[in-house]
Ligand binder design. Structure first.
Ligand code: 13P
Length: 257
């Protein structure tokens, strides 16, 4: 973390978990258990159907609600999809874009990811752009090139001004839901690579100010050492965000001096 230049952000990605009543109960307890000091921002990425309830419970709190996906068109014949304007109208502040599960199971390409980022920004939503390599790509030693490619294509046509609204999440695919966490050094190294790519694209100021999270089996045990890396500015947490006490412990770790 480097709080001097950028925000520390802890986000829970619930994926396809929790009903509306479970969401209400969790959000209520979470908002009442937060650390007093506000050294890290907190986001809950909930399923579409839980957004309204989460926003209602969290309205006077400092926890923002995010969606886990968005369509790139503003409206039209796209059965089953949800537009950025619809999300913004509900009070959603952030949206995950390009999560590896979307890329893997729903054929989301870098072009779609780019279109979704543009649509989200246009509607006033803040994208959390997810990038990450597979185990095969890591073993082939193409991680840096792959990550640079994902970042460049996702951000094609995005201005330096717009970059102020974007968070990047580095999530190695091999670490998601597997219990295998990247070592702090591996996480720090790739987050550093991402910052170097941003520096090339947008200059030092934008690169320095961008929040870059790590995600992939982050838990209360490993959070502090991962967050101690200077280029790791928070976490995008899956499984451990479903358990209130685990999620809180990570928030408290991110909140430490
Ligand atoms: P896990 O924390 O369950 O590995 O999931 C990480 C993730 O995909 C968050 O978006």
């Amino acid at each position: 973390m480097n709080r001097k230049y950028r925000k520390t952000v802890v986000a829970g990605n619930w994926k396809m978990n929790k009903t509306v009543s479970e969401t209400r109960a969790f959000a209520e307890e979470l908002k009442n258990s937060l650390p007093r000091s506000k050294r890290c921002s907190i986001i809950l990425c909930v399923p579409f159907v839980n957004i309204t309830s989460a926003i209602k419970v969290l309205k006077d709190s400092r926890i923002a609600v995010a969606a886990q996906n968005v369509h790139w068109e503003s409206h039209g014949a796209y059965t089953g999809e949800v537009s950025a304007a619809m999300l913004a109208d509900l009070g959603v502040k952030y949206v995950l874009i390009g999560h590896s599960e979307r890329r893997q199971y729903f054929n989301e390409t870098d072009t779609f990811v780019n279109k979704k980022i543009r649509a989200a920004l246009q509607a006033g939503l803040r994208p959390i752009l997810c990038v990450g390599e597979t185990l095969e790509q890591r073993e082939l030693d193409v991680t840096s090139e792959l990550i640079a490619y994902q970042i460049k294509s996702a951000l094609s046509g995005i201005s330096a001004e717009e970059m102020r609204h974007i968070i990047i999440a580095y999530e190695p695919v091999w670490a998601i839901g597997t219990g295998k966490t990247a070592t702090p050094e591996q996480a720090g190294e790739v987050c550093g690579t991402i910052r170097a790519v941003l520096r090339k694209l947008y200059g030092a100021r934008v690169a320095r100010a961008t929040t870059i999270q790590y995600g992939g089996s982050m838990n209360p045990k490993n959070a502090s050492t991962l967050l101690a890396q200077p280029d790791v500015d928070g976490g995008l947490i899956g499984s451990a965000s479903l358990e209130l006490s685990d999620f809180l412990q990570i928030i408290y770790a991110a909140n430490e001096e």
